[in-house]
Design a protein. Structure first.
Length: 349
């Protein structure tokens, strides 16, 4: 996108924003969509009611940095991990309680949650090489140990499996297994993030070597996706799993996961042309659209079918480090390395 056209940015007409004063580590919406949360490098979590985004509440949650944030399994809260060794529940009112304590020298670097029926759910958190699995009440169900530190953590679409990326591959664990033996998806190198196809057809990891690697789960077929000028920090499947969006280039890079998958095919590139690195991507949960954040602070939303681009946030706030849609797709949360945080309303009026 050329800045000489001076596009109108949606932030100006349908957004609210604050300078929170510290690196935005993650942004999430609560399970019921009523609250947005921003976890910061100073250990605070800032909470914003979606119905009244003029109210921003700061909660002191971690003694150190917040490292991870996820929606809680039910209702209006969140689960955060920090470098103080704590896994904590954070309420929309700013209250916080310990879900688990792993010790002062431990870092809770990855957190993932999954909602089940009737308020039940699962919480997974990684500390070094170990993933700890809890139920909604905070009772520990399992611990899974990996060959090296866990760098990415996610549930599949049904909450039956947990994927953990680490050095030399990804481990898939079955939550209900009587004997905990993972399916190990191997590929030599440093894997730094992981995503599971919405229908459970494939697992994809981002690699330190400026590439993605995938495995088709039906037969173990390897999928190599390369050509990135930089490391891809975020992966996001489209709502129906047809596309995998990724950062790490001067555009949002989307790989096709239909018609046999991405092998031997060129990816689609959206919102490129300025030579500025895309640092965050987030696919819309209801429509074939994807949000992208860039190293200069620009945020756009692109329609996948038409490639049309909507300017959302101008390039004024430093590298975008967090992007998240609400579950209904009505709001987008944005955070940057400078402490800029914003909520943009995409709902119909």
């Amino acid at each position: 996108m050329s800045q000489s056209t001076q596009p109108a940015f949606l932030l100006d007409s349908r957004g609210t924003h604050r300078d929170l004063g510290a690196f935005v580590v993650a942004a999430r919406f609560s399970r019921n969509g009523k609250t947005a949360a921003f976890a910061l490098g100073d250990g605070s979590v800032h909470l914003v009611p979606a119905a009244d985004p003029a109210i921003w509440r700061a909660a002191r949650v971690h003694d150190g940095a917040a490292l991870a944030l996820a929606a809680d399994v039910d209702g209006d809260g969140f689960v955060s991990g920090g470098d103080d060794g704590l896994l904590r529940r954070v309420g929309a009112d700013g209250s916080s309680t310990d879900l688990a304590s792993f010790g002062a020298m431990k870092w809770v670097e990855q957190v993932a949650t999954h909602a089940l029926d009737k308020g039940k759910g699962l919480v997974a958190a990684s500390v070094g090489k170990v993933v700890h699995l809890f139920d909604a009440a905070g009772e520990k169900l399992k611990t899974w140990t990996h060959p090296s530190s866990v760098t990415g953590l996610t549930f599949d679409g049904k909450g039956k499996r947990v994927g953990a990326s680490h050095y030399n591959g990804v481990s898939l664990w079955f939550v209900a297994a009587k004997t905990d033996t993972p399916r190990v998806l191997e590929w030599k190198g440093s894997h730094t993030a992981v995503a599971i196809h919405p229908e459970g057809e494939a697992v994809v990891s981002a690699m330190q070597e400026n590439a993605l690697h995938g495995w088709r789960l039906s037969d173990g077929q390897h999928m190599r996706m390369s050509g990135y000028p930089s490391k891809s920090e975020t992966l996001s499947f489209s709502r129906n799993g047809r596309w995998l969006a990724s950062s790490g280039a001067d555009a949002m890079v989307l790989w096709p996961f239909f018609g046999g998958g991405p092998m031997g095919k060129a990816p689609m590139e959206l919102a490129g042309g300025d030579g500025v690195l895309c640092t965050q991507v987030a696919c819309h949960p209801k429509e074939d659209m994807v949000a992208g954040g860039f190293a200069d602070g620009l945020v756009v939303v692109a329609d996948i079918a038409s490639s049309r681009v909507l300017p959302v946030v101008p390039p004024e706030h430093g590298k975008i480090t967090a992007l998240a849609w609400s579950a209904d797709g009505g709001r987008l949360a944005v955070g940057s390395e400078s402490g800029f945080a914003a909520l943009i309303d995409f709902s119909k009026r």
